[in-house]
Design a protein around this ligand. Structure first.
Ligand SMILES: Cc1ncc(COP(=O)(O)O)c(C=O)c1O
Length: 1010
C-alpha cells in the first residue's frame, strides 16, 4: 500500500492483466525465466497486482506489477531498502531477495504503464492465518527489533514523505471522527485526545528512522512456529522508529484473548534488540490505537465511497473490537505494563510518594487508633472457612461474631493482596486476559459497626463522591486527593453511609482529623457486611467516579505500584498478618507443657507478643502496648543500629577472649570511659547473675573472707551463691532463709521502716544503726563485701538517702572489705542526671556489676573493678568465659553505648523522667488516699499504692488491679517491693512526654473510677 493523504487509495484502478500475455512477456524480459515452465497465480491486493510465479509447479517468485499511478522513484527506494536490509546476515533470510536487475515497464490491457519487480517467494503461512503462540510472538518482536536497529543507520530521501497510514501523524483524522456517532465517536474522540497528549506533544522526543510501516498480520510469514519473512516495503517511510512496533501490535492484539501476553512476548524481544526508551513507551500504546483509528476511519470512508467493495472492511470489525477493548483499559495502565516489560520503574516518583507516606504522621481514621484495639483477621479467600457454603449475610455475621468473641475483638481486618472468589459477574473479567478475573483485593477491609464515624487521616480534597450503587460495588464512595510537593496520591473509602452526601461536596478541602463519613449498612453499601474498604491510589488512571478495588493476579506487580498496601497508613504490625500459628489457647497449652510453671507469666490473661519496636509491643491481635517496664530494651526494642552491629560482626568473626580482636578493645575503652578512672578493669560475662556471682568470688579471693552485707529485700541473681545473698528470694516463699555468713541491713524506708519521714533525723538513724551492725559483725569475723544497689529495685524503687552509701562504704572499708554496687537495673544513663546511679552518692565502688540494658536484649554483662583487685583475683586460676566478651557481644555493647550517646538518651531519661515524676506527683496529690508516694530518678520510678490514706498499709490488691486495668488500656507496668504494692516504671529510654501523658491520663481514670 502506498498512498499520500491527497490521493485516495482507489482513485486509480489496479493494473488489468492478461495472464497469458504476461507470461510471454516475462519470458522475454527476464532471462532467468526463459525456457521455464511458468505458471502464475494472482494474490490479494488492493491497488497493484501481485502474482506468485511457479516454475515447474513450485512456488518461486513474487511478481509485483505496480499501480499505474505509482512513481518509479518510490519503487527504486524500496529496492534500495530491501538491499540494505539484506546486508545484515541475521536479517537476510527474512527479507525477500530482488530478482529483477532493473525495474521494467509493462503495459496493461488499458495500455497504462506499470512497473514490474520480481522478488523471491518466502515459503510459509501468513501470520494472519496462523494460530499465534509465544514462540511466534517472541520471534516477531525479535525480528522487528532487529529491523529497527538495522534501520538506525539507513536514510533515503524518498522515504521522507507524508503518509496517511502513519499513526504518528493523524491530525487529519479529527474532522473525520464526525462521521461516527454514539459510543464509537466517543471512543475515537478519546483516542484522539490521547494521541494529542501521548504522541503529538511527544513527537520531538522520539527517535526517528526509516520504518517498514506496515508489519501487519499479512506481511509476516510464519514457518514452524517462527517468523521467517517480512514482506511489502511499499509503505516504508521516515517516521518515529517505534511506529513499527506500534503498528505490529495493533494487528497482533486483534482477536486476542490474552493481549497482555502478546504485548509481553513481542515487546520483550523487541526491547532486547532495540532498547525502547521512556518517551517511546509513552507514545507506543497511543500510536497503536491511532493506527486502529486510521483503519476504522479509512474503512468507513471507503465504504461510504465504495459501498460494494467487501475487501475494504477486512480488518475494520477486528479493529473496532480491539479499540473497544482497549478503551476499557486506562491508557496509563497499558503504559505501566510496557514500562514493566521494558524494565523501567512502573510509576514515576513511586518511591518519593511511598517514602512520604512512610514518614507521614497520619491521623486516626476512626475516633480511636486502630493499633489500640484487638483485631481479628477475616479471611475472604476462596478456601476461607468463613465463606464455606456461600453463607448469606446473617450466617456470615454469626461466623464473624464467633471469631470476634474468641479474639475479644470488635474489628475485623480483610486482607490486601488476598485472592477472593466473591467478585462475581462480567465486570470482573480481565480485559487484558479474558480467561482471568480481577480478584486480588487492593485495599484493606475494616469490618466494624455500621454508623462508625470516619475521619481524614491527612489533609485532602474530595475528588470522588459517588454512590456506586451496584450489587458488590462500593455503594457510597469517597476519594480524597492528597498533595505534597509536585506529587499527588489518593485515599479511597468505600461502603460508606449515604449520609455523607448531605454533608460533603466534590472539591471540598478536608483537614486531617475532619469527619468524612460513616460506615454504611448492608442495604446501602453494596450488600456487604458493614465495613470500610480502604485503599491507597497513586494514579487514578482517569477514573472519576469509582476505582477498581480488585485487580488481576497476573498484573499484581503493577496494581501493587498503583495501589500499594494500605497498611502503609494503617501501620498494623506485619506480624499480625503473618501470625498463622496456633490459636491463643494452643500457644498457652504448649508453653505450659514444655516450660516449668515457676517461670511465671504476667497478667491474668497472658499476652502473646509478636513483635516490638522502640517503646511498643504488638501482640497477636495486632494491639499495641506501651512498654513501661522493660529496662532491658534500653535503647528501644528492635533497635536497627544495634541489630546491624550484631549481624555485621556475626558475619565476620565470633570467638572467645583467648584470641586478640579489636571489638573487645574498642568496646572496653568506650565502656571504661564512662567510669571513674580508678575502675579500669573489666571481666565480661553474660548475665547480671553471672556478674554478681563473679564479683562475690573476686571479693572472697581479695579478702579471703566470705561474710557479706546485703540490703534487705535485695535481689542480685539466681545462682546458688546469689540466692543466698538475696533476701528477696531466701526470705520469701520457697526460700530456705538466711545463711550465717549473710548479714542484712535494713532498708532505709521512710514509709514503713523503723524510722519514717516524721521521725527527725531518720536518715542518720538508719545510717548509725547500719554502722553499728557492721562494726559489731566486724568484731566477730572478716567481711568480704557489701552488696547494694543505689536505688533498691526489688525493695520497691527505694532511693538510698544522701550520705547513706558514703558512710556505709567507709565503715565497710575499715575492714578492707569491698563495696560492690549492682547497677544491673539502674545503669547506662537510666537515672538521668548520672550515667551510673552510684554517682549521685559521691562514692566510687570497688566493684560495679552491669547487666540487663548492656546489650539491649543480647546477653552481655560485666564486672568492673580496680587494677589492684583484678590482679589479686589473678591468683593462678584462669578465668575463662566461653561467651563473655565475644566479638559479637562487644559489637552490640558498643552499639548500645553509641546509641545512648548519639541519641542523647541519658538526657531524655532526665527530661522525660522529671516530667513523669512531676505529673505523677500531681496525681498523687489528687489521690493521696491511694498513693502514699511517687519516687525515683530519671526513668526509674515507683508509685507506692496504699490503703485508705494509710502510708503504712501497702495495698497489693489495688496495685494488681491497677496494672491489669492499665494492661487493658494498652500500658504495661509491673509491681514490686516487699509488699508488692509498688508500681514499677522503667521503660526503654526512648520514652516520650506523650507516652507519659498517656500513662498519666489512664492512671487518673483508674483512680477516678475507684
Ligand atoms: C539488681 C539485679 N541484679 C542482678 C540481677 C540478675 O540479672 P540476670 O537476670 O541477668 O541474671 C537482676 C535481675 O533482675 C537484678 O534486678
Amino acid at each position: 500500500m502506498n498512498y499520500t493523504p491527497f490521493m485516495s487509495v482507489f482513485d486509480v484502478d489496479p493494473p488489468i492483466i492478461d495472464n497469458k500475455h504476461l507470461i510471454k512477456w516475462l519470458k522475454i524480459n527476464f532471462s532467468f525465466l526463459r525456457n521455464k515452465l511458468l505458471k502464475i497465480k494472482q494474490l490479494d491486493s488492493e491497488r497493484d497486482i501481485n502474482f506468485i510465479i511457479f516454475i515447474n509447479n513450485k512456488k518461486k517468485y513474487v511478481l509485483k506489477i505496480s499501480n499505474p499511478s505509482e512513481k518509479i522513484n518510490i519503487l527504486k527506494y524500496q529496492d534500495r531498502l530491501i538491499n540494505y536490509l539484506r546486508t545484515d546476515l541475521s536479517l537476510k533470510s527474512f527479507i525477500p531477495k530482488i530478482h529483477h536487475t532493473k525495474i521494467v515497464k509493462y503495459l496493461d490491457k488499458k495500455n497504462r504503464e506499470c512497473f514490474v519487480r520480481i522478488l523471491s517467494y518466502i515459503e510459509g503461512r501468513m501470520y494472519g492465518d496462523t494460530k499465534s503462540n509465544d514462540k511466534i510472538e517472541n520471534s516477531l518482536g525479535k525480528l522487528l527489533g532487529k529491523v529497527s536497529t538495522k534501520l538506525k543507520s539507513f536514510n533515503d530521501i524518498d522515504a521522507h514523505r507524508n503518509f496517511i497510514w502513519d499513526p504518528s501523524n493523524i491530525k487529519w483524522i479529527k474532522k473525520d471522527i464526525n462521521i461516527f456517532t454514539g459510543s464509537k465517536k466517543l471512543i475515537l474522540l478519546k483516542c484522539f485526545s490521547e494521541y494529542e497528549k501521548f504522541v503529538k506533544n511527544n513527537l520531538n522526543k522520539l527517535r526517528y528512522s526509516i520504518t517498514h510501516s506496515d508489519p501487519n498480520n499479512y506481511n509476516i510469514v510464519i514457518k514452524e512456529n517462527n517468523v521467517c519473512g517480512l514482506l511489502d516495503y511499499g509503505d516504508s517511510i521516515y517516521s518515529p522508529t517505534i511506529n513499527d512496533l506500534a503498528i505490529c501490535l495493533s494487528y497482533a492484539l486483534m482477536n486476542n484473548d490474552n493481549i497482555y501476553l502478546t504485548l509481553k512476548n513481542i515487546i520483550t524481544e523487541y526491547n532486547k534488540q532495540f532498547s525502547i526508551n521512556e518517551d517511546e513507551i509513552n507514545s507506543l500504546i497511543s500510536l497503536c490505537k491511532s493506527r486502529l483509528m486510521i483503519t476504522v476511519v479509512m474503512a468507513k470512508k471507503q465504504r461510504i465511497k465504495y459501498p460494494s467493495n467487501q475487501y475494504l472492511s477486512i480488518s475494520e470489525k477486528d479493529a473496532w473490537s480491539l479499540l473497544e477493548k482497549l478503551d476499557k483499559i486506562p491508557i496509563n495502565f497499558l503504559i505501566y505494563i510496557v514500562r514493566e516489560i521494558c524494565g523501567f520503574d512502573i510509576i514515576h516518583h513511586h518511591n518519593e510518594i511511598i517514602n512520604y507516606i512512610n514518614k507521614f504522621n497520619f491521623g486516626n481514621i476512626f475516633k480511636f487508633n486502630l493499633l489500640d484495639k484487638n483485631k481479628s483477621i477475616l479471611k475472604l479467600s476462596s478456601d476461607s472457612p468463613l465463606l464455606k457454603g456461600n453463607p448469606d449475610n446473617s450466617s456470615l455475621k454469626k461466623r464473624v461474631n464467633k471469631i470476634f468473641k474468641e479474639d475479644n475483638s470488635r474489628i475485623g481486618i480483610g486482607l490486601y493482596n488476598e485472592k477472593r472468589k466473591v467478585y462475581k459477574g462480567p465486570n470482573f473479567i480481565s480485559e487484558l486476559n479474558t480467561n482471568e478475573r480481577r480478584n486480588i483485593h487492593l485495599g484493606i477491609d475494616i469490618f466494624i459497626d455500621q454508623g462508625t464515624d470516619l475521619f481524614a487521616p491527612i489533609d485532602g480534597k474530595i475528588i470522588i463522591l459517588k454512590n456506586n450503587n451496584f450489587k458488590y460495588d462500593y455503594g457510597p464512595t469517597l476519594v480524597l486527593e492528597h498533595s505534597f510537593k509536585k506529587y499527588k496520591f489518593y485515599t479511597l473509602y468505600g461502603h460508606l453511609s449515604k449520609i455523607m452526601f448531605q454533608k460533603l461536596k466534590i472539591g471540598k478541602k478536608i483537614k486531617k482529623g475532619e469527619w468524612i463519613g460513616k460506615i454504611g449498612n448492608s442495604n446501602e453499601n453494596g450488600k456487604w457486611l458493614p465495613h470500610l474498604h480502604f485503599q491507597i491510589i497513586l494514579d487514578l488512571l482517569g477514573h472519576d467516579k469509582n476505582f477498581p478495588g480488585v485487580g488481576e493476579e497476573f498484573l499484581f506487580n503493577i496494581w501493587n505500584k498503583i495501589s500499594p498496601d494500605p497498611n502503609l497508613i494503617l501501620r498494623i504490625p506485619k506480624s499480625f498478618y503473618s501470625n498463622n500459628n496456633n490459636n491463643f489457647k494452643d500457644t498457652l497449652k504448649k508453653r505450659r507443657k514444655n516450660i516449668s510453671d515457676n517461670l511465671s507469666i504476667s497478667y491474668k490473661k497472658p499476652l502473646h507478643m509478636l513483635e516490638a519496636k522502640d517503646q511498643y509491643f504488638f501482640d497477636r491481635y495486632g494491639r499495641r502496648y506501651l512498654d513501661c517496664v522493660n529496662n532491658i530494651s534500653h535503647v528501644g526494642h528492635s533497635n536497627s543500629y544495634v541489630h546491624e552491629a550484631m549481624t555485621q560482626q556475626n558475619l565476620k568473626l565470633n570467638t572467645n577472649t583467648r584470641y586478640l580482636y579489636d571489638t573487645i578493645n574498642d568496646y572496653s575503652e568506650l565502656l571504661l570511659s564512662k567510669f571513674p578512672k580508678k575502675l579500669n578493669k573489666i571481666f565480661f560475662v553474660c548475665t547480671g547473675s553471672e556478674a554478681n556471682d563473679l564479683a562475690y568470688r573476686i571479693a572472697q579471693t581479695y579478702t579471703s573472707a566470705k561474710d557479706v552485707f546485703v540490703m534487705d529485700n535485695a535481689y542480685h541473681g539466681h545462682t546458688n551463691a546469689l540466692i543466698d545473698l538475696s533476701p528477696y528470694k531466701f526470705n520469701s516463699k520457697g526460700g530456705s532463709g538466711k545463711k550465717d555468713y549473710v548479714h542484712v541491713l535494713d532498708m532505709p524506708d521512710p514509709l514503713r521502716g523503723k524510722w519514717r519521714y516524721q521521725n527527725s533525723n531518720w536518715i542518720q538513724k538508719y545510717i548509725d544503726e547500719a554502722k553499728t551492725v557492721i562494726r559489731n559483725k566486724i568484731k566477730e569475723t572478716n567481711i568480704a563485701c557489701f552488696f547494694t544497689e543505689s536505688i533498691l529495685g526489688c525493695g520497691g524503687q527505694v532511693i538510698l538517702p544522701k550520705n547513706y552509701l558514703k558512710e556505709i562504704f567507709s565503715e565497710i572499708r575499715r575492714n578492707n572489705a569491698l563495696c560492690i554496687v549492682d547497677e544491673v537495673q539502674t545503669g547506662f544513663g537510666r537515672v538521668g542526671r548520672h550515667f551510673w546511679s552510684f554517682e549521685e552518692h559521691d562514692v566510687v565502688p570497688d566493684i560495679v556489676t552491669l547487666g540487663k540494658p548492656m546489650g539491649n536484649g543480647h546477653p552481655i554483662a560485666a564486672v568492673i573493678t580496680t587494677e589492684k583487685i583484678a590482679s589479686t583475683f589473678n591468683n593462678g586460676m584462669e578465668y575463662f568465659n566461653s561467651f563473655g566478651g565475644n566479638p559479637v557481644s562487644c559489637a552490640i555493647g558498643k552499639a548500645v553505648l553509641e546509641t545512648i550517646d548519639n541519641n542523647k538518651l541519658q538526657k531524655n531519661a532526665l527530661l522525660v523522667g522529671n516530667y513523669f515524676l512531676k505529673e505523677l506527683k500531681k496525681i498523687q496529690l489528687k489521690y493521696k488516699k491511694y498513693i502514699s508516694e511517687v519516687r525515683g530518678r530519671g526513668l526509674f520510678l515507683g508509685i507506692d499504692i496504699i490503703q485508705n490514706s494509710n502510708a503504712s498499709k501497702p495495698n497489693k490488691k489495688l496495685a494488681k488491679l491497677l496494672i491489669n486495668y492499665m494492661r487493658n488500656q494498652g500500658i504495661l507496668l509491673s509491681t514490686d517491693g516487699p509488699y508488692d504494692n509498688v508500681i514499677k516504671i522503667k521503660p526503654p529510654l526512648v520514652f516520650t512526654k506523650l507516652n507519659v501523658d498517656q500513662v498519666c491520663k489512664n492512671l487518673e481514670t483508674f483512680f477516678k473510677k475507684l
